[in-house]
Ligand binder design. Structure first.
Ligand code: FES
Length: 116
């Protein structure tokens, strides 16, 4: 029987598969990954950050991710790679704390105001 249905290769629990950084979600409410946002930005060429909400409603839920969406827009305009400043786990943890407290109190949101 095992010859007909060979045992699939085991996954190594010690080395879990790393997620592609572009698959990390920038908007956790609407599951918008960095990759989706990158493609949206490159296709639509938004002139202001608020237009990023047209990408699967990003930023219109709890609004915690709005500073990060603004940062991504700023990075794109500067020709820089779009990324998040923290790990996905920390990002989700901080957003959870924000939602529990109901108060935005995160040093990561102290991103300089937009120049335009
Ligand atoms: S994480 Fe984006 S709106 Fe809540």
């Amino acid at each position: 029987m095992s010859e007909i249905f060979p045992t699939p290769p085991s996954t190594d629990a010690e080395t879990p598969m790393e997620k592609d950084p572009l698959d990390h979600e920038v908007c956790l409410c609407f599951h918008v990954s960095i990759r989706k946002m990158q493609h949206f930005i490159e296709r639509e060429k938004p002139t202001v950050p608020s237009q990023l909400s047209q990408c699967l409603d990003a930023g219109t839920g709890c609004r915690w991710c709005v500073p990060f969406l603004c940062k991504m827009h700023r990075q794109w305009k500067a020709g820089e790679a779009m990324d998040l400043p923290v790990s996905p786990e920390e990002y989700a943890e901080r957003r959870g704390a924000y939602r529990r407290a109901g108060v935005k109190n995160d040093r990561l949101d102290s991103i300089p105001p937009l120049a335009d």
